[in-house]
Ligand binder design. Structure first.
Ligand code: ADP
Length: 505
């Protein structure tokens, strides 16, 4: 870590994630000068969580004790104090939270127990597509609006007594502020309640969810807003300065986008257990798949998020079946087969996919005829090309377009594999860079704290962060890539339609 001047300004970022609370402090040169974390399961065993949550007997309800987050923050700040952290040097702080909201035992993002409420909200809004047009997403069970409906219907007394509804992010900000903090536009976009274009609560959605909800939610605020100074309680307890500003907290995905310093036109591809795509957008086209949020760092911009369930686990299955369990053999298969795989196209949905909702293995030859098997080499390339064609197709449907400046930022376990990244680069016809995302939400919060101090004077986030560490370029697209993959993408879209029809039976 960089050695800072003894009293140079610091910017603090926090991340309330599912399993832990993390903090990172950076100095004005953007270098991290302090990092710490509290693991919920092992360091706060009295809450008896597993992976930070309680899974209820119905198997659908998943909650976290709110008090655990408060205690974790106490523990973290106490530990930083004991380590001699310079709280008085912190000029601004911000943070992020997983997308969910807080009652005493708060449903978290894994919760899927509000299906009925989702149906009702979509009906009130005039259908799933209309709801997506307004709020950026069709109804999702974990989204706060639907969770609020469920509490109102199943625990009316508790709902009656509710004074205020917070997200984990705005709750975190409230702990620092010493009073209720506003929900920011970006995390607010993950509630099925905010009109993402007007950046106000949608009256249709509020009315469909609960009466007087606007009062319980408070007015939403820009993600760059300074909410006020750190509470006098925390000033006395830890030595924060009275002029330390709290910048609105946001969701963990928006904070990660900030941490990656994603430029307009860039696309981040996380190749983990499932594959996730993040992108910055100026003209979003919300769809029944994926999510569009208000952008956390660009005042009029948007971001999109897409999740694909059949990612690394499917690649591992094909590796085991076709390559004797070796990534080296898998990579050789990619090296030994041509771009476009002789026109063969495959769909590999071992489990029901999210994007698109299809299941099963489907192989098509160059004449779009269904075939039952291929050589191991063709199978490996069909899998990887099929996965990345699907990532590109669905990103484009949300409003993404590949431009001359497009960069693909790859992260997650499979980004260690150069041959996989080469296919990614060819299918997207863009250079691929690798980044380490492990702390991106926390780092993004520290960056947002710094930016929040100057955002009102019109300084752009990316200008301010231009000296942030640059990702490493690892692949460039092959010259023939667009001739191969542009037409192949059109065929892929038509074949996907067929696969979807089959999946309905
Ligand atoms: P998560 O954070 O979702 O748990 P990671 O981002 O750590 O997952 O990714 C783990 C996955 O990375 C493993 O399931 C494995 O399939 C994949 N992986 C690891 N090394 C390689 C490799 N050399 N080539 C391809 N995939 C790899």
């Amino acid at each position: 870590m960089a050695a800072a001047e003894p009293d140079s300004p610091l910017y603090l970022g926090l991340d309330f994630s599912t399993q832990q609370l993390k903090a990172v402090a950076i100095d004005g040169d953007l270098g991290p000068v302090h990092q710490d974390s509290v693991q919920f399961d092992s360091e706060l065993p009295e809450f008896r969580t597993h992976g930070g949550v309680h899974i209820h007997p119905d198997g659908l309800t998943v909650t976290s004790p709110v008090l655990m987050w408060v205690k974790a923050l106490d523990l973290l700040l106490d530990r930083m104090k004991a380590a001699g952290f310079g709280f008085s040097r912190v000029r601004a702080l911000s943070g992020s939270g997983q997308d969910s909201f807080s009652v005493q035992d708060s449903p978290v993002w894994m919760d899927s127990s509000s299906g009925l409420q989702c149906d009702a909200l979509q009906e009130a809004a005039g259908g799933a597509m209309r709801l997506a047009d307004i709020t950026g997403s069709r109804a999702y069970e974990r989204f706060t609006g639907n969770q609020i409906s469920k509490v109102r219907q199943t625990r009316p007394d508790q709902f009656q007594d509710t004074e205020r509804i917070s997200l984990v992010s705005s709750f975190g900000a409230s702990l620092f502020l010493g009073r209720y903090a506003a929900i920011d536009y970006s995390d607010g976009s993950g509630m099925n309640l905010l009109d993402i274009r007007d950046r106000m609560w949608s009256q249709i959605c509020l009315d469909a969810t609960a009466t007087n909800l606007e009062r319980l939610l408070g007015e939403p605020c820009p993600s760059t807003a300074v909410l006020g100074p750190v509470s006098s309680f925390l000033q006395h307890r830890y030595g924060f300065s009275g002029s330390c500003s709290i910048v609105a907290f946001t969701g963990d995905n928006p904070a990660s986008l900030a941490g990656m310093c994603l430029h307009q036109g860039d696309i981040a591809v996380s190749l983990g257990t499932s594959d996730t795509l993040f992108l910055s957008l100026s003209e979003p086209r919300p769809s029944l798949e994926g999510h569009v949020f208000c952008n956390p760092v660009e005042p009029d911009g948007f971001m999109a998020l897409l999740c694909f369930k059949n990612g690394s686990l499917t690649r591992e299955r094909v590796r085991d079946r076709c390559c004797s369990g070796s990534w080296d053999v898998f990579s050789q298969a990619l090296d030994g087969t041509p771009l476009g795989n002789h026109g063969n196209i495959g769909f590999y949905f071992d489990t029901m996919e999210i994007t698109p909702p299809a299941v099963g293995l489907h192989r098509f030859d160059a004449n779009d005829r269904q075939v039952s098997s291929w050589s191991p080499e063709l199978e490996v390339r069909a899998l990887v090309e099929g996965q990345f064609l699907s990532r590109r197709l669905h990103a484009e449907r949300l409003g993404y377009s590949i431009g001359s400046g497009t960069r693909v930022l790859a992260t997650g376990g499979a980004s260690a594999n150069r041959q996989i990244l080469q296919v990614l680069s060819d299918v997207f016809n863009a250079p691929v860079y690798t980044i380490d995302l492990s702390d991106s939400a926390c780092l993004g919060s520290a960056y947002r704290a710094l930016h929040g101090l100057v955002a009102d004077s019109g300084v752009s986030f990316l200008d301010l962060l231009r000296n942030a560490p640059e990702p490493q370029q690892v692949c460039r697209p092959h010259r023939s890539a667009p001739q191969v993959y542009d037409p192949m993408l059109r065929r892929f879209a038509e074949l996907e339609q067929k696969v979807l029809e089959k999946s309905r039976f």
